[in-house]
Design a protein around this ligand. Structure first.
Ligand SMILES: *Cc1c(COP(=O)(O)O)cnc(C)c1O
Length: 399
């Protein structure tokens, strides 16, 4: 990834209002359940706080700028990188962005607003674990749900007659990758809409709309906001009619973020470029170090040249995220390893400034071995992390 790909400039300016003397560059959160609303409410930008809030509007503009196709003259890997300039900031396709109280709020809004009884939906079989209860709920409403793994573009086989294809690439926690453009073209040929869960990559790592998808949907709780202190979700859509359904779902279900969360998220976006760059570089170093250890098997990271997902990842991703997964001999070994780590917290979630790791099998629900560990690489110095992982492996092997 080029260092001057314009992303640093884009994220620090994303969604900011026009400069106004003596006003803050990023206005503070607006706390309002209702707004002054004289006369006819039709066309009022702000009327009631469940429908719209100026702090969401600024964040939605920022996320939309980052997810929109052709933003910032960004180059695909292998193409000459164009230096990003302020003029690149304007060059985005119009998209609609909606922020939610959590990633699940956004995912449910897209699925439940777009699908009706009798429709066929294709989901990944190895996606985020809450897709399982979502699937059961969709089926109870008369939607036929088919699933297939992410790797090998296996969802292609399930597309006949589908109304919606849901892609998660890279998928969590297995880190397999599919060809988003190929799957999207095949789904569109069937008349299906396509949504991609972009949580792991973030919009700096991958832009699903540029690859043809109708929706990019994500949890902002992870790397997007990156500090482990905010829950947030979003959906970005290039089609106003589809977006209107999602907006009505948000309004009727009320899955809205608080103004403080929206403001914290916008503030955090300014560091997205430095965070994701540092995390991707450290994740690669960590994956290489783990791969050299005899106790560690199946090390996965889409940015590692030896990874099964690498060839496809470099075709559609520009940064490869902070997650490294691997398998230790058994549950007891993995528990000893996690307890011996000093710089890596035993905690769930990923994408934060502090490294975390967990044994995924402790939750049930993911089809992973008992010794499977998902590690999220934070902003610590990579030498320190590599040393900490090595001493924890040594200690786990001793006992
Ligand atoms: C965490 C996660 C979600 C859910 O997001 P929340 O903000 O926790 O609701 C969805 N998809 C993926 C890939 C995730 O990692």
């Amino acid at each position: 990834m080029g260092i001057s790909d314009g992303d640093g400039t884009r994220v620090v300016r994303a969604g900011l209002p026009e400069e106004e003397p003596y006003a803050p560059p990023l206005p503070g959160p607006v706390f309002a359940a209702h707004y002054h609303l004289p006369g006819d409410p039709a066309g009022a930008p702000y009327a009631y706080g469940r429908d719209a809030n100026p702090t969401w509007t600024a964040l939605e503009r920022a996320i939309g700028e980052l997810e929109a196709p052709d933003a910032g003259g960004a180059a695909a890997p292998g193409e000459p990188g164009e230096p990003g300039g302020p003029e690149g900031v304007e060059a985005v396709e119009a998209v609609e962005t909606l922020v939610f109280a959590s990633g699940m709020g956004a995912i449910s809004a897209v699925l439940f607003s777009q699908l009706k009884p009798g429709d066929i939906a294709v989901l990944p079989s190895d996606g985020y674990n809450l897709l399982v209860p979502v699937r059961e709920r969709l089926e109870s409403w008369g939607v036929e749900v088919r699933t297939a793994p992410t790797g090998g573009d296996a969802q292609l086989e399930a597309l006949a007659g589908a109304r919606l294809l849901w892609i998660e690439s890279p998928c969590n926690p297995g880190l397999d990758v599919c060809d988003i453009r190929r799957l999207t073209e095949a789904a569109h040929a069937q008349g299906a809409v396509v949504a991609v869960d972009n949580t792991l990559a973030t919009p700096l790592g991958q832009r699903p709309l540029e690859l043809g998808a109708d929706f990019s949907v994500a949890s902002g709780t992870k790397a997007l906001t990156g500090h482990g202190d905010v829950l947030l979700g979003y959906a970005v859509c290039r089609n106003a009619e589809l977006a209107a359904g999602v907006r009505l779902w948000r309004k009727t279900v009320g899955a809205i973020p608080g103004p403080m969360e929206a403001w914290l998220a916008h503030r955090s976006l300014a560091t997205l470029e430095v965070r994701t760059r540092r995390q991707a570089a450290s994740a690669l170093a960590v994956a290489e170090a783990l791969g050299a250890r005899a106790e560690v098997t199946d090390v996965r990271h889409p940015g590692a040249p030896g990874d099964p997902a690498y060839a496809q990842a470099v075709r559609q991703m520009r940064r490869f995220g902070c997650v490294v997964s691997f398998t230790l001999p058994d549950k007891a070994f993995a528990d000893r390893f996690l307890a011996a780590l000093r710089l890596v917290d035993d905690a769930t979630s990923f994408g934060g400034v502090r490294s975390t790791a967990e044994r995924r099998g402790r939750w049930g629900g993911d089809a992973v071995p008992e010794g499977f560990v998902r590690l999220s690489v934070g902003l610590e110095d990579s030498e320190d992390l590599v040393a900490d992982l090595a001493q924890a492996l040594d200690r786990a092997a001793e006992s």
